[in-house]
Design a protein around this ligand. Sequence first.
Ligand code: ADP
Length: 268
Amino acid sequence: MTRGANLAMAEREIPFYQPLGEECALFEHAYRRRLPLLLKGPTGCGKTRFVTHMAARLGRACYTVACHDDLTAADLTGRYLLRGGDTVWVDGPLTRAVREGAICYLDEVVEARKDVTVVLHPLTDDRRVLPLERTGELLEASEGFMLVVSYNPGYQNILKNLKPSTRQRFLALEFGFPPPELETAIVARESGLAKERCAALVRLAHRLRELKEQDLEEGVSTRLLVYCATLISAGVSPDFAVRTALIEPLTDDPDVKAGLLEVVRAAY
Ligand code: ADP
């Protein structure tokens, strides 16, 4: 294969990620220095894409786990399962990443049950070990293993928060929505819609985000903007696309909806 073809293939396999600052270099330093990383930021602002992009760039597999309030340590580490009359141990995604030297990304880690922190602590200091209570193994993390977790500070409540003893084990990067010109480039690239039309959607998103503090739990995300532009690019009328991608997903409250629609009428 020619060098050009090799390069083209590598580019195809690395998911597109538009950097917003020095986060790619920081990730690489953390990876090389074996330091765990915490990503903070609202939903749909590019955290997952960032991790999958960096994993591909570094040539590591990436195991992503969307944490939820029933997720236990065993869901991450593994469990014994019955298979054709035999009891066999099956590694969970964290154990697989530790053994193979992959990147493990725990999305919304604060949602998980408390016992999850017990397995994360020995992995996030210089021991880099994962104790598997059930099998009696103490796994040493392979060379390329890296732990990345994320959480959304906007959803925090007193019951669900990362304890200082956990969060102070991680480097932390804050993510926000990209500045308009970069967000336009992202939306255009992801949806195939012309740049100037994406720029108008991004301007609208900024107006809608201004309402966030008053009535909405969360402002319209880059993800929703990509959805909206994708619909328009596929031929859906802009009005309907805006309603289904930028208004309805944000709220059920009729008054808030009417307020959002007013912003749309004035700004788009
Ligand atoms: P999060 O993990 O923060 O909830 P995602 O990483 O899933 O958000 O991002 C949602 C979508 O937004 C992605 O699928 C991608 O289309 C787009 N996106 C957001 N930020 C970026 C970025 N910086 N570069 C490329 N795509 C992005």
